[in-house]
Design a binder for this molecule. Structure first.
Ligand code: CO8
Length: 259
């Protein structure tokens, strides 16, 4: 079925897929259907061997202004428990290919959390990141207190979560939340360029390396180093390792296949 709230282009560039959030009138507010469509599309792209990296964007005005407040407003705790919307987020967390968020305008609440669930963030000069849930009587629920704190540290995370203050792209870059900033007319292209730099690497090594970097957040240093070492050894079972090292010695570009 064609999704209603997202636009999926599996080959936006060679080996690079583009998923665009598409509820522009509501500033891409993340209702349940949108999140289900997004999870389903990402899972399909994860299984597509012609895709090596995914760019996720909104539009120039908004990446996403958060969870859909109108959809949530009347819900009880029991409704929230039964709907259990975060299993959808857990599905997105399990995507093995790298996802680059291309953020322009608002990335607020669940929108900021969605950007942080991605592996890298390219922002336009107009990007605004925030966790304003406190202003509507709640708090972040999709990782905002955890991923934001790990990315920017306690002082700024506490301020953003407790006051709802938005930070600019410049402040986000200085704090380590994002990778780079581009003019609004170029941010998407810049995200595709970063995606191309990833897509030209061995797709197998990229997936295993992504998994290893993410492990740094969930383990002790000793466990993380152990995990890394096993994955490093594992890659010596791949054709891409043979090809990559051979190409280096033959002074040519490698041709990676993901095998
Ligand atoms: N939910 C529903 N509708 C929204 C949302 C939203 N989060 N944000 C904007 N809209 C709608 C507005 O209601 C408006 O619709 P309408 O024209 O029908 O009234 C339309 O989008 C345009 O918005 P504005 O007129 O308000 O545009 P402005 O440029 O004046 O303001 C702002 C832009 C500052 C972004 C403002 O819209 C705003 O403050 N939005 C709410 C931001 C917010 O509080 N986000 C956090 C939501 S809670 C949350 O995300 C919890 C996350 C945990 C769970 C994640 C599960 C997905």
């Amino acid at each position: 079925m064609t999704p209603e709230f997202i636009i999926v282009t599996p080959q936006a560039r060679p080996y690079i897929a583009h998923v665009q959030l598409n509820r522009p009138k509501e500033l891409n507010a993340l209702n349940l259907q949108l999140m289900q469509e997004l999870r389903d599309a990402l899972q399909q792209l994860d299984a597509d061997e012609n895709v090596r990296c995914i760019v996720l964007s909104g539009n120039d005005k908004a990446f996403a202004a958060g969870a859909d407040i109108k959809q949530m407003a009347g819900r009880t705790a029991v409704d929230m428990y039964n709907i259990d919307q975060f299993t959808i987020w857990d599905g997105i967390k399990k995507i093995r290919k790298p996802i680059i968020a291309a953020v322009s305008g608002f990335a607020l609440g669940g929108g900021c959390e969605l950007a942080m669930l991605c592996d890298m963030i390219v922002a336009s000069e107009t990007a605004k990141f925030g966790q304003p849930e406190i202003k509507i009587g709640v708090m972040p629920g999709a990782g905002g207190t955890q991923r934001l704190t790990r990315a920017v540290g306690k002082a700024l995370a506490m301020e953003m979560v407790l006051t709802g203050r938005f930070i600019s792209a410049g402040e986000a870059l200085a704090a380590g939340l994002i990778n780079r900033i581009a003019p609004v007319e170029l941010f998407l292209e810049d995200a595709f360029r970063l995606a191309a730099d990833v897509a030209r690497q061995s797709p197998l090594a990229v997936k295993v390396a992504k998994e290893s970097v993410l492990r740094a957040f969930d383990s002790t240093l000793e466990e993380g180093l152990h995990f890394e070492r096993k994955n490093f050894y594992l890659l010596f079972a791949s054709e891409d390792q043979k090809e990559g090292m051979k190409a280096f010695m033959e002074k040519r570009e490698p041709v990676f296949t993901g095998k």
